[in-house]
Design a protein around this ligand. Structure first.
Ligand SMILES: NC(=O)c1ccc[n+]([C@@H]2O[C@H](COP(=O)([O-])OP(=O)(O)OC[C@H]3O[C@@H](n4cnc5c(N)ncnc54)[C@H](OP(=O)(O)O)[C@@H]3O)[C@@H](O)[C@H]2O)c1
Length: 237
């Protein structure tokens, strides 16, 4: 199997959660890692935690011009991971349309914009991060499930349209990352405990569980158009 040693890996959303764990894993395998996200402060903190051994570049994937400028500098990457997203959710009736459009804009159109502009070296690949709600719709998060499904299908189409560049998707279940930092601590703890009890594996996921699969997809040159659910058996219950 190919190795990531010396490969240029860009992780969008690399300042936190699944993206951060992916950046750390790629770095440990000897890749030249760049992390990107909106907040310079978060990027600096992540860069420091990673021993200053990664490049950092500011990028908001919701902005057409930023994405174009980011990839317009003739730099190419071997692998591009798109894990950057933040959105509000709610029922279709209650979620303001503005927030619904914003969720689609960051998670679906963000990946689309990146795939459209990123220069990837021969033998390279993209990994998108979707979410198991694509296959297991949940009241209150209907739109997110639909966005995840769209993202998975986008990657499979691009695996054909942009071949031999490879496109794969990791679709996480419930992963304990800073994404729920805004929840009251006690409610978050109870929610995660309940999820752990219900799952066949009896624990919630960690960012590293998803990062492991992402790194495999970057390395494995026989994988393209694959969607892998890293959900602790969440699709089964
Ligand atoms: N955690 C879960 O349970 C779970 C489950 C299913 C799917 N997922 C998906 O997994 C992906 C990663 O989530 P996570 O849990 O790792 O979340 P996280 O810890 O909150 O990390 C999100 C990352 O995205 C960046 N980001 C947000 N908006 C961005 C934008 N417009 N442009 C560029 N970067 C942006 C954030 O940095 P800045 O704030 O600096 O931009 C941060 O680095 C998301 O797509 C999420 O929907 C997560």
């Amino acid at each position: 199997m190919a190795t990531l040693s010396g490969k240029k890996v860009l992780v969008i959303g690399g300042s936190s959660g699944i993206g951060y764990a992916t950046a750390a894993g790629a770095l440990a395998e000897g890749a030249k890692v760049t992390i990107a996200s909106r907040s310079e402060e978060k990027l600096r903190a992540a860069q420091a935690l990673l021993g200053g051994k990664v490049e950092m570049r500011r990028l908001d994937v919701t902005k057409d011009t930023e994405v174009e400028a980011f990839f317009g500098d003739a730099l190419s990457y071997d692998h591009v991971v798109v894990s950057g997203a933040a959105f509000k959710f709610g029922t279709v009736r209650d979620l303001p349309l503005e927030d619904a459009y914003a969720a689609m804009n960051v998670k679906f159109w963000g990946a689309y914009r990146v795939a459209r502009k990123a220069a990837v070296a021969p033998g390279g690949s993209f990994v998108f991060v979707s979410g198991f709600l694509s296959r297991r719709p949940k009241p209150n998060m209907v739109l997110i499930g639909a966005i995840n499904a769209a993202l998975e299908t986008l990657a499979q189409g691009l695996a054909l349209e942009m071949a031999p560049v490879r496109f794969n998707v990791v679709s996480p279940g419930i992963i304990d990352t800073p994404t729920r930092a805004a929840m009251p601590a006690e409610a978050r703890k109870t929610m995660l405990e309940n999820v752990a009890k219900a799952l066949p594996v009896k624990r919630v996921g960690q960012a590293e569980d998803c990062a492991d699969q992402i790194l495999l997809m970057l390395r494995n040159t026989f994988m393209t158009g694959s969607v892998v659910y890293v959900d602790g058996g969440g699709l089964l219950i």
